[in-house]
Design a protein around this ligand. Structure first.
Ligand code: SAM
Ligand code: DTB
Ligand code: SF4
Length: 375
Protein backbone atom coordinates (compact mmCIF):
# COMPACT_ATOMS: atom_id res chain seq x y z
CA UNK A 1 0.00 0.00 0.00
CA UNK A 2 1.30 3.52 -0.79
CA UNK A 3 0.80 6.24 1.79
CA UNK A 4 1.20 9.52 0.02
CA UNK A 5 -1.67 12.01 0.12
CA UNK A 6 -1.63 14.90 2.58
CA UNK A 7 -4.48 15.05 5.09
CA UNK A 8 -6.42 17.78 3.38
CA UNK A 9 -6.57 15.82 0.12
CA UNK A 10 -7.71 12.80 2.02
CA UNK A 11 -10.24 14.67 4.12
CA UNK A 12 -11.98 16.51 1.29
CA UNK A 13 -11.56 14.30 -1.77
CA UNK A 14 -11.18 10.84 -0.35
CA UNK A 15 -12.84 8.77 -3.05
CA UNK A 16 -9.91 9.36 -5.37
CA UNK A 17 -7.05 10.02 -2.96
CA UNK A 18 -4.62 7.42 -1.68
CA UNK A 19 -4.55 6.92 2.09
CA UNK A 20 -2.21 9.27 3.95
CA UNK A 21 0.65 8.24 6.16
CA UNK A 22 0.01 8.64 9.88
CA UNK A 23 3.43 10.35 10.02
CA UNK A 24 2.16 13.10 7.73
CA UNK A 25 -0.52 13.97 10.33
CA UNK A 26 1.92 14.83 13.10
CA UNK A 27 1.91 18.60 12.61
CA UNK A 28 -1.35 19.26 10.89
CA UNK A 29 -2.97 21.52 13.48
CA UNK A 30 -4.58 24.30 11.47
CA UNK A 31 -6.43 27.43 12.54
CA UNK A 32 -7.46 28.64 9.10
CA UNK A 33 -10.24 26.25 8.12
CA UNK A 34 -12.78 27.68 5.73
CA UNK A 35 -16.43 26.90 6.05
CA UNK A 36 -16.43 25.44 2.51
CA UNK A 37 -13.57 23.03 3.30
CA UNK A 38 -15.25 21.86 6.48
CA UNK A 39 -18.64 21.43 4.76
CA UNK A 40 -16.93 19.26 2.12
CA UNK A 41 -15.39 17.13 4.86
CA UNK A 42 -18.74 16.71 6.67
CA UNK A 43 -20.74 15.88 3.52
CA UNK A 44 -18.34 13.42 1.83
CA UNK A 45 -19.44 9.77 1.56
CA UNK A 46 -19.79 8.33 5.07
CA UNK A 47 -17.17 5.59 4.60
CA UNK A 48 -14.63 8.11 3.33
CA UNK A 49 -15.33 10.47 6.21
CA UNK A 50 -14.99 7.70 8.81
CA UNK A 51 -11.80 6.39 7.22
CA UNK A 52 -10.18 9.84 7.14
CA UNK A 53 -11.24 10.68 10.70
CA UNK A 54 -10.04 7.33 12.02
CA UNK A 55 -6.61 7.76 10.40
CA UNK A 56 -6.25 11.18 12.03
CA UNK A 57 -7.33 9.68 15.34
CA UNK A 58 -4.76 6.84 15.16
CA UNK A 59 -1.99 9.27 14.28
CA UNK A 60 -2.45 11.15 17.55
CA UNK A 61 -4.08 8.86 20.11
CA UNK A 62 -4.18 5.27 21.26
CA UNK A 63 -7.18 4.06 19.25
CA UNK A 64 -8.79 1.95 21.97
CA UNK A 65 -8.26 4.14 25.04
CA UNK A 66 -11.06 6.37 26.30
CA UNK A 67 -10.66 9.12 28.88
CA UNK A 68 -13.41 9.22 31.53
CA UNK A 69 -14.66 12.37 33.25
CA UNK A 70 -17.28 12.58 36.01
CA UNK A 71 -19.74 15.38 36.44
CA UNK A 72 -21.27 16.88 39.53
CA UNK A 73 -23.83 19.65 39.70
CA UNK A 74 -22.52 21.80 42.55
CA UNK A 75 -25.33 24.36 42.19
CA UNK A 76 -28.51 23.25 40.51
CA UNK A 77 -31.38 25.16 38.86
CA UNK A 78 -32.75 28.69 39.11
CA UNK A 79 -30.38 30.00 36.42
CA UNK A 80 -30.94 33.53 35.08
CA UNK A 81 -30.04 32.57 31.50
CA UNK A 82 -32.68 31.42 28.99
CA UNK A 83 -30.77 28.66 27.10
CA UNK A 84 -33.61 26.95 25.21
CA UNK A 85 -32.34 23.42 25.86
CA UNK A 86 -31.67 23.66 29.59
CA UNK A 87 -33.59 22.12 32.49
CA UNK A 88 -31.91 24.59 34.86
CA UNK A 89 -33.11 27.89 33.38
CA UNK A 90 -35.51 29.86 35.60
CA UNK A 91 -37.23 30.93 32.34
CA UNK A 92 -38.57 27.42 31.68
CA UNK A 93 -41.08 25.22 33.51
CA UNK A 94 -38.99 22.04 33.64
CA UNK A 95 -40.14 21.27 37.19
CA UNK A 96 -36.56 21.22 38.52
CA UNK A 97 -36.17 22.77 41.96
CA UNK A 98 -33.23 25.07 42.63
CA UNK A 99 -30.60 24.33 45.27
CA UNK A 100 -27.75 26.25 46.91
CA UNK A 101 -24.02 25.87 46.23
CA UNK A 102 -22.84 22.57 47.75
CA UNK A 103 -20.54 22.40 50.76
CA UNK A 104 -16.87 21.88 49.88
CA UNK A 105 -16.51 18.67 51.92
CA UNK A 106 -19.46 17.03 50.17
CA UNK A 107 -17.97 17.84 46.78
CA UNK A 108 -14.62 16.33 47.77
CA UNK A 109 -16.38 13.21 49.07
CA UNK A 110 -18.18 12.77 45.73
CA UNK A 111 -14.90 13.30 43.86
CA UNK A 112 -13.24 10.61 45.96
CA UNK A 113 -15.96 8.13 44.90
CA UNK A 114 -15.53 9.14 41.26
CA UNK A 115 -11.81 8.50 41.43
CA UNK A 116 -12.41 5.06 42.97
CA UNK A 117 -14.72 4.34 40.01
CA UNK A 118 -11.93 5.12 37.52
CA UNK A 119 -12.49 8.77 36.56
CA UNK A 120 -9.38 10.83 35.82
CA UNK A 121 -11.09 14.22 35.59
CA UNK A 122 -13.75 15.74 37.82
CA UNK A 123 -16.00 18.38 36.30
CA UNK A 124 -18.09 20.59 38.58
CA UNK A 125 -20.97 22.54 37.05
CA UNK A 126 -23.02 25.43 38.38
CA UNK A 127 -26.27 26.84 36.99
CA UNK A 128 -25.01 30.40 36.91
CA UNK A 129 -24.78 33.18 34.36
CA UNK A 130 -21.47 33.91 36.11
CA UNK A 131 -20.10 33.30 39.62
CA UNK A 132 -20.48 36.05 42.25
CA UNK A 133 -17.36 37.35 44.04
CA UNK A 134 -18.75 35.97 47.32
CA UNK A 135 -18.79 32.40 45.89
CA UNK A 136 -15.16 32.33 44.78
CA UNK A 137 -13.58 31.22 48.10
CA UNK A 138 -15.85 28.15 48.21
CA UNK A 139 -15.24 27.41 44.51
CA UNK A 140 -11.45 27.64 44.77
CA UNK A 141 -11.50 25.41 47.88
CA UNK A 142 -13.35 22.80 45.82
CA UNK A 143 -10.73 22.99 43.06
CA UNK A 144 -7.84 22.64 45.51
CA UNK A 145 -9.52 19.78 47.40
CA UNK A 146 -10.38 17.77 44.28
CA UNK A 147 -6.93 18.32 42.80
CA UNK A 148 -5.33 17.06 46.01
CA UNK A 149 -7.03 13.71 45.34
CA UNK A 150 -4.97 13.43 42.13
CA UNK A 151 -7.84 14.16 39.80
CA UNK A 152 -7.72 16.68 36.99
CA UNK A 153 -10.15 19.46 37.79
CA UNK A 154 -12.70 21.06 35.50
CA UNK A 155 -15.35 23.66 36.24
CA UNK A 156 -18.21 25.14 34.28
CA UNK A 157 -19.65 28.19 36.03
CA UNK A 158 -20.75 30.51 33.20
CA UNK A 159 -19.00 33.72 32.19
CA UNK A 160 -15.81 34.69 34.04
CA UNK A 161 -14.11 38.05 34.54
CA UNK A 162 -10.37 38.81 34.59
CA UNK A 163 -10.06 38.36 38.36
CA UNK A 164 -11.95 35.08 38.47
CA UNK A 165 -9.80 33.36 35.85
CA UNK A 166 -6.68 34.23 37.86
CA UNK A 167 -8.26 32.97 41.09
CA UNK A 168 -9.23 29.69 39.45
CA UNK A 169 -5.80 29.22 37.87
CA UNK A 170 -4.09 29.88 41.23
CA UNK A 171 -6.33 27.29 42.91
CA UNK A 172 -5.04 24.73 40.37
CA UNK A 173 -7.94 24.50 37.92
CA UNK A 174 -6.90 22.38 34.92
CA UNK A 175 -9.87 22.84 32.55
CA UNK A 176 -12.75 25.27 32.14
CA UNK A 177 -15.81 24.12 30.19
CA UNK A 178 -17.66 26.84 28.34
CA UNK A 179 -19.52 25.71 25.24
CA UNK A 180 -20.29 27.85 22.23
CA UNK A 181 -23.24 25.45 21.80
CA UNK A 182 -24.02 26.13 18.11
CA UNK A 183 -23.11 28.35 15.16
CA UNK A 184 -22.98 32.12 15.43
CA UNK A 185 -25.94 32.27 13.01
CA UNK A 186 -28.19 29.91 15.02
CA UNK A 187 -27.14 31.09 18.49
CA UNK A 188 -29.81 33.82 18.87
CA UNK A 189 -32.56 31.28 18.11
CA UNK A 190 -31.55 29.28 21.18
CA UNK A 191 -30.24 31.81 23.75
CA UNK A 192 -31.14 35.51 24.05
CA UNK A 193 -29.72 36.52 27.45
CA UNK A 194 -26.07 36.46 26.33
CA UNK A 195 -24.30 36.55 22.98
CA UNK A 196 -21.99 34.32 21.01
CA UNK A 197 -19.35 37.05 21.44
CA UNK A 198 -19.78 36.87 25.25
CA UNK A 199 -18.93 33.16 25.10
CA UNK A 200 -15.83 33.76 22.99
CA UNK A 201 -14.69 36.50 25.38
CA UNK A 202 -14.77 34.15 28.37
CA UNK A 203 -12.91 31.50 26.34
CA UNK A 204 -10.19 34.06 25.57
CA UNK A 205 -9.86 35.00 29.26
CA UNK A 206 -9.60 31.34 30.27
CA UNK A 207 -6.97 30.63 27.59
CA UNK A 208 -4.94 33.72 28.48
CA UNK A 209 -4.95 32.72 32.16
CA UNK A 210 -3.30 29.44 31.14
CA UNK A 211 -6.28 27.21 31.93
CA UNK A 212 -7.03 24.47 29.37
CA UNK A 213 -10.17 25.22 27.41
CA UNK A 214 -12.98 22.68 27.11
CA UNK A 215 -15.50 23.91 24.56
CA UNK A 216 -17.97 22.27 22.25
CA UNK A 217 -21.67 22.31 21.62
CA UNK A 218 -24.96 20.53 21.13
CA UNK A 219 -26.33 18.71 18.10
CA UNK A 220 -30.14 18.73 17.80
CA UNK A 221 -31.04 22.35 18.56
CA UNK A 222 -32.98 22.67 15.30
CA UNK A 223 -29.78 23.70 13.51
CA UNK A 224 -28.82 22.85 9.94
CA UNK A 225 -25.80 20.74 9.01
CA UNK A 226 -24.13 24.00 7.94
CA UNK A 227 -24.63 25.39 11.47
CA UNK A 228 -23.06 22.27 12.97
CA UNK A 229 -20.03 22.58 10.74
CA UNK A 230 -19.70 26.34 11.34
CA UNK A 231 -19.70 25.71 15.08
CA UNK A 232 -16.75 23.31 14.60
CA UNK A 233 -14.94 25.80 12.35
CA UNK A 234 -15.27 28.49 15.05
CA UNK A 235 -13.71 26.10 17.60
CA UNK A 236 -10.96 24.96 15.23
CA UNK A 237 -10.02 28.52 14.30
CA UNK A 238 -9.55 29.70 17.89
CA UNK A 239 -5.91 30.71 18.61
CA UNK A 240 -5.48 27.25 20.25
CA UNK A 241 -7.71 24.25 19.71
CA UNK A 242 -9.69 23.47 22.88
CA UNK A 243 -8.01 20.63 24.78
CA UNK A 244 -11.44 18.97 25.02
CA UNK A 245 -14.35 19.31 22.63
CA UNK A 246 -17.60 17.98 24.12
CA UNK A 247 -20.21 17.11 21.52
CA UNK A 248 -23.61 16.74 23.18
CA UNK A 249 -26.73 15.26 21.61
CA UNK A 250 -29.68 17.32 22.84
CA UNK A 251 -31.52 15.71 25.72
CA UNK A 252 -35.00 17.12 25.07
CA UNK A 253 -36.32 18.36 28.42
CA UNK A 254 -40.11 18.66 28.90
CA UNK A 255 -41.06 22.28 29.65
CA UNK A 256 -38.17 23.79 27.65
CA UNK A 257 -38.71 25.55 24.29
CA UNK A 258 -36.83 22.72 22.53
CA UNK A 259 -38.79 19.86 24.03
CA UNK A 260 -40.37 18.90 20.68
CA UNK A 261 -37.54 19.74 18.30
CA UNK A 262 -36.95 17.16 15.53
CA UNK A 263 -34.49 14.40 16.48
CA UNK A 264 -31.16 14.27 14.67
CA UNK A 265 -30.26 11.22 12.59
CA UNK A 266 -27.46 9.37 14.45
CA UNK A 267 -25.46 9.24 11.20
CA UNK A 268 -25.39 13.05 11.19
CA UNK A 269 -24.23 12.98 14.80
CA UNK A 270 -21.37 10.64 13.86
CA UNK A 271 -20.51 12.97 10.95
CA UNK A 272 -20.20 15.83 13.46
CA UNK A 273 -17.81 13.81 15.65
CA UNK A 274 -15.71 12.77 12.63
CA UNK A 275 -15.50 16.35 11.36
CA UNK A 276 -14.45 17.56 14.83
CA UNK A 277 -11.68 14.92 14.86
CA UNK A 278 -10.34 16.02 11.45
CA UNK A 279 -10.52 19.75 12.20
CA UNK A 280 -8.99 19.41 15.71
CA UNK A 281 -6.67 16.38 15.40
CA UNK A 282 -5.03 16.56 18.82
CA UNK A 283 -8.05 17.52 20.94
CA UNK A 284 -9.99 15.08 23.07
CA UNK A 285 -13.40 14.81 21.44
CA UNK A 286 -15.95 13.94 24.11
CA UNK A 287 -19.07 11.95 23.33
CA UNK A 288 -21.06 13.84 25.94
CA UNK A 289 -24.78 14.19 26.78
CA UNK A 290 -27.34 11.96 25.11
CA UNK A 291 -25.65 8.55 25.32
CA UNK A 292 -28.65 7.00 27.11
CA UNK A 293 -30.65 7.52 23.92
CA UNK A 294 -27.93 6.05 21.65
CA UNK A 295 -27.51 2.47 20.56
CA UNK A 296 -24.22 0.65 21.17
CA UNK A 297 -23.69 0.80 17.41
CA UNK A 298 -23.99 4.60 17.30
CA UNK A 299 -21.54 4.96 20.18
CA UNK A 300 -19.16 2.47 18.51
CA UNK A 301 -19.22 4.55 15.32
CA UNK A 302 -18.51 7.69 17.37
CA UNK A 303 -15.45 6.02 18.92
CA UNK A 304 -14.27 4.87 15.49
CA UNK A 305 -14.79 8.40 14.16
CA UNK A 306 -12.46 9.79 16.84
CA UNK A 307 -14.42 10.33 20.05
CA UNK A 308 -12.03 9.41 22.88
CA UNK A 309 -13.64 10.73 26.01
CA UNK A 310 -16.96 10.26 27.79
CA UNK A 311 -18.79 11.30 30.93
CA UNK A 312 -19.01 8.24 33.17
CA UNK A 313 -21.49 7.62 35.98
CA UNK A 314 -25.26 7.44 36.42
CA UNK A 315 -25.98 11.14 36.05
CA UNK A 316 -24.81 14.14 34.08
CA UNK A 317 -25.91 17.38 35.75
CA UNK A 318 -29.66 16.89 36.01
CA UNK A 319 -30.27 14.00 33.57
CA UNK A 320 -29.43 10.31 33.31
CA UNK A 321 -26.24 8.82 31.89
CA UNK A 322 -25.65 5.11 31.08
CA UNK A 323 -23.71 4.34 34.31
CA UNK A 324 -20.66 2.18 35.03
CA UNK A 325 -22.24 -1.24 34.42
CA UNK A 326 -23.56 -0.33 30.97
CA UNK A 327 -20.27 1.33 30.05
CA UNK A 328 -18.21 -1.63 31.28
CA UNK A 329 -20.31 -3.94 29.11
CA UNK A 330 -19.92 -1.63 26.11
CA UNK A 331 -16.15 -1.27 26.63
CA UNK A 332 -15.79 -5.07 26.92
CA UNK A 333 -17.80 -5.62 23.74
CA UNK A 334 -15.68 -3.08 21.82
CA UNK A 335 -12.32 -3.92 23.42
CA UNK A 336 -11.97 -0.39 24.78
CA UNK A 337 -9.95 0.49 27.86
CA UNK A 338 -10.15 3.42 30.27
CA UNK A 339 -7.25 5.80 29.79
CA UNK A 340 -5.01 6.09 32.84
CA UNK A 341 -4.32 9.53 34.30
CA UNK A 342 -0.61 9.52 33.41
CA UNK A 343 -1.36 8.54 29.79
CA UNK A 344 -3.76 11.41 29.74
CA UNK A 345 -1.02 13.80 30.93
CA UNK A 346 1.33 12.58 28.20
CA UNK A 347 -1.28 12.97 25.51
CA UNK A 348 -2.23 16.45 26.71
CA UNK A 349 1.46 17.30 26.43
CA UNK A 350 1.73 15.89 22.93
CA UNK A 351 -1.23 18.01 21.86
CA UNK A 352 0.94 21.10 22.02
CA UNK A 353 2.42 21.64 18.56
CA UNK A 354 6.15 21.03 18.29
CA UNK A 355 6.40 20.07 21.96
CA UNK A 356 9.76 18.46 22.80
CA UNK A 357 9.73 14.88 24.02
CA UNK A 358 9.81 15.91 27.68
CA UNK A 359 9.21 19.26 29.31
CA UNK A 360 8.57 20.74 32.74
CA UNK A 361 4.79 20.73 32.44
CA UNK A 362 4.66 17.06 31.56
CA UNK A 363 7.01 16.09 34.39
CA UNK A 364 5.00 18.07 36.93
CA UNK A 365 1.77 16.57 35.61
CA UNK A 366 3.22 13.07 36.10
CA UNK A 367 4.44 14.03 39.58
CA UNK A 368 0.95 15.25 40.56
CA UNK A 369 -0.46 11.91 39.52
CA UNK A 370 2.29 9.94 41.29
CA UNK A 371 1.93 12.01 44.50
CA UNK A 372 -1.80 11.41 44.57
CA UNK A 373 -1.40 7.71 43.89
CA UNK A 374 0.81 7.32 46.96
CA UNK A 375 -1.22 9.72 49.17
N1 SAM B 1 -24.09 27.42 33.38
C1 SAM B 1 -22.89 27.06 32.76
C2 SAM B 1 -22.88 27.30 31.28
O1 SAM B 1 -23.92 27.36 30.67
O2 SAM B 1 -21.78 27.45 30.74
C3 SAM B 1 -22.50 25.62 33.01
C4 SAM B 1 -23.48 24.49 32.96
S1 SAM B 1 -24.25 24.14 31.40
C5 SAM B 1 -25.49 23.02 31.88
C6 SAM B 1 -23.05 23.20 30.47
C7 SAM B 1 -23.41 22.77 29.08
O3 SAM B 1 -24.24 21.63 29.13
C8 SAM B 1 -24.17 23.73 28.19
O4 SAM B 1 -23.36 24.70 27.63
C9 SAM B 1 -24.72 22.79 27.13
O5 SAM B 1 -23.84 22.70 26.05
C10 SAM B 1 -24.85 21.46 27.86
N2 SAM B 1 -26.26 21.11 28.06
C11 SAM B 1 -27.11 21.67 28.94
N3 SAM B 1 -28.35 21.13 28.85
C12 SAM B 1 -28.28 20.20 27.87
C13 SAM B 1 -29.24 19.31 27.28
N4 SAM B 1 -30.51 19.28 27.68
N5 SAM B 1 -28.82 18.47 26.31
C14 SAM B 1 -27.54 18.50 25.89
N6 SAM B 1 -26.60 19.32 26.40
C15 SAM B 1 -26.96 20.17 27.37
C1 DTB C 1 -20.90 19.49 28.43
O1 DTB C 1 -20.62 19.85 27.27
N1 DTB C 1 -21.82 18.58 28.73
C2 DTB C 1 -21.97 18.44 30.15
C3 DTB C 1 -20.80 19.30 30.69
N2 DTB C 1 -20.32 19.95 29.52
C4 DTB C 1 -21.00 20.22 31.81
C5 DTB C 1 -23.30 18.79 30.65
C6 DTB C 1 -24.40 17.99 29.98
C7 DTB C 1 -25.69 18.38 30.61
C8 DTB C 1 -26.82 17.54 30.12
C9 DTB C 1 -28.10 17.95 30.70
C10 DTB C 1 -28.22 17.82 32.17
O2 DTB C 1 -27.79 16.81 32.78
O3 DTB C 1 -28.81 18.73 32.79
FE1 SF4 D 1 -27.88 28.41 32.94
FE2 SF4 D 1 -25.86 27.02 31.86
FE3 SF4 D 1 -28.41 26.08 31.77
FE4 SF4 D 1 -27.74 28.17 30.28
S1 SF4 D 1 -26.89 26.10 30.11
S2 SF4 D 1 -29.58 27.98 31.57
S3 SF4 D 1 -26.28 29.20 31.61
S4 SF4 D 1 -27.16 26.38 33.57
Amino acid sequence: MTFAAPLQTLASAPTTAAPASPASFQHDVRHDWTSAEAQAIYHQPFNDLLFAAHLVHRAHFKPNAIQKSRLLSIKTGGCAEDCGYCSQSAHHASGLSASKLMEVERVIEEARKAKAAGATRYCMGAAWRSPKARDMAQITAMVAGVKALGLETCMTLGMLDDTQVVELKSAGLDYYNHNIDTSKAHYGNVITTRTFADRLETLARVREAGINVCSGGIVGLGETAADRVDMLVTLANLPEHPGSVPINMLIAIPGTPLENVAKVDPIDFVRTIATARILMPKSYVRLSAGRTGMSDETQALCFFAGANSIFAGDTLLTTDNPGEDADSALFAKLGLETMRAEEHCDQAHLRRSNAPAEDENMSSCREDVADAATA
